[in-house]
Design a protein around this ligand. Sequence first.
Ligand code: F6R
Ligand code: MG
Ligand code: MG
Length: 368
Amino acid sequence: MAGKSKVTLSVIKADVGGFVGHTSIHPEILDTAKERLHNAKEKGAVLDYHVLRCGDDLELIITHDRGCDNPDIHGLAWNVFTVCTEVAKELKLYGAGQDLLKDAFSGNVKGMGPGVAEMEFTERKSEPILIFMADKTSSGAWNLPLYKVFADPFNTAGLVIDPKMMAGFSFRVEDVKGGGEITLKCPFETHQLLALIGTTSRYMVSTVCRNSDNEIAAAVSTQKLSLIAGRYVGKDDPVMIVRCQSGLPAVGEVLEAFTFPHLVSGWMRGSHTGPLMPVSFYEANPTRFDGPPRVIAAGFQVADGKLLGPHDMFDDPAFDSARRLAGRVSDYMRGHGPFEPHRLPEDEMEYTTMPEVLKLLEGRFKKA
Ligand code: F6R
Ligand code: MG
Ligand code: MG
């Protein structure tokens, strides 16, 4: 029945080859992905799809009725990435197949390189959704905006003045290094939540649910490429889905969190910190020092599984001041050159010459 069906929204992304360098994506890659997903839709394998890109990341946005972690949907995405990698190789695009870390598909793209944010929900009378996609940053970049959107009344007025939101939201947090996950209820456990998620390299918010009825509100990709591969292979460039309105944060409350271009890790060689700049689709080309890190927001109305959109949500002069601030913060951070805190601490850098330098200087450290 219209308005009552269960739908799954899967956002699956990978860097399959950059144009030019790590800046953007070649149109042939986008066309190839669209053609494959068009065929899948014709066959009835998916309800709807959209293909977008943020910087050098290919973003597949798919609706279907098969639930999260479905092997057919994940297999479809893997095939799209594999075919696009072939095109990238033919065109000698940069880092072709960069994020495809395994050779054979084994039922789920999680752990194979691509990033995945998925949620299954019953469509409301009207279903406004925002999909955020970032480039040149790591999983963990969403922690701060998610806290603001779902737990900070100075950002989200609805937490105070909408009766449906007064009971607050629960955050599921993954410990991506130690393993395990925990659910913390806000506002009661706000301080414990912040104690964890302030460490963005380790504790990552994976989903957010409304306390009053456990309705899913947000889902995030938490995959960390370096942990999967055991070495630096590229940036996570995570994605996030947020449902909005009618007892959930308003579209404008969700976007408000991005008026503060907070510092994230992942700029240049995955080893630098910089501000996350909210930009419209056509401005998601990080060229200054391979950055600064970017975020785009695609708005959709989901209607019986159809994706009406995308609407380019940061295409609004109201975000010019955030962009200008991000530009000024970039100047300031770049002034530090190879010094911390612009350069990440040694154990968080994606790669380093330190072992070689120390070997070269061996024996030259004298007792002071
Ligand atoms: C950051 C990123 C780029 C590259 C840099 C070096 O996430 O993708 O900053 O790290 O351009 O790339 P390679 O080592 O491929 O020359
Ligand atoms: Mg790349
Ligand atoms: Mg990227």
